[in-house]
Design a protein around this ligand. Structure first.
Ligand code: GAR
Length: 202
């Protein structure tokens, strides 16, 4: 039986759609059990519903981190989720949530971590003057954008780049590597040694 994904979003939802596309094209063997947005107005919620996905808007505004994460855990449990995928989820998770889904939370971040964690990673890359940036799919641990790295893709920074243009090119790579990383984790064909994620040899 396909493993069940819980996808957490805060906004646009393009990574969510890339995961849904990979499943529809049989590139990823999984089922999206629930999509949860912490922002009521997130466009990704409507997109998820258009695809016939179970999507829940659970507002986090004004709620204390632990209290909100308890609600999230309840919702994910109700949907019997095997793996939690953050897809543009712009809220830090509590230690409690991270322990609850130990090594079962993934994130996609628009930089080559550990460079430029946090907000506006593409803008940070331009400001810093790096010649290459990219994206990282990684396990989520306590500590911002800090867990073991599953995969990365490199994107050159062009001389006349704007944050928008760079973001668009990085996003294309996010859409490619994130479903692949999810597939690897669901297959169980990897091990974590220290900070290193190693693929098992076939
Ligand atoms: C993506 O670029 C994702 O990497 C980034 O937010 C965007 C969400 O787009 N996430 C972070 O910066 C997390 N630190 P999407 O809603 O279209 O998937």
């Amino acid at each position: 039986m396909s493993k069940r994904l819980g996808i957490l979003i805060s906004g646009r939802g393009s990574n969510l759609l890339a995961i849904a596309d990979a499943i529809a094209a049989h590139r990823l063997d999984a089922e999206i059990a629930v999509v949860i947005s912490n922002r009521l107005e997130a466009p990704g919620i409507a997109l998820a519903r258009e695809r016939g996905l179970h999507a829940v808007a659970l507002a986090s505004k004004g709620l204390d981190r632990e209290a909100y994460d308890h609600q999230l855990i309840d919702e994910l449990r109700r949907s019997r989720v095997d793996l939690v995928c953050l897809a543009g989820y712009m809220r830090i998770l509590s230690g409690h949530f991270i322990r609850e889904f130990h090594q079962r939370i993934l994130n996609i971040h628009p930089s080559l971590l550990p460079a430029f964690p946090g907000l506006d990673a593409q803008h940070q890359a331009l400001e810093h003057g790096v010649k290459f940036s990219g994206c990282t799919a990684h396990f989520v641990e306590e500590g911002l954008d800090s867990g073991p790295i599953i995969s990365q893709a490199v994107v050159p920074v062009l001389a006349d780049d704007t944050a928008d243009a760079l973001s668009t090119r990085i996003l294309e790579e996010e859409h490619r590597i994130y479903p692949e990383a999810i597939g690897l984790v669901l297959s169980g064909q990897y091990r974590i040694e220290g900070r290193r994620v190693r693929r098992n040899l076939k």
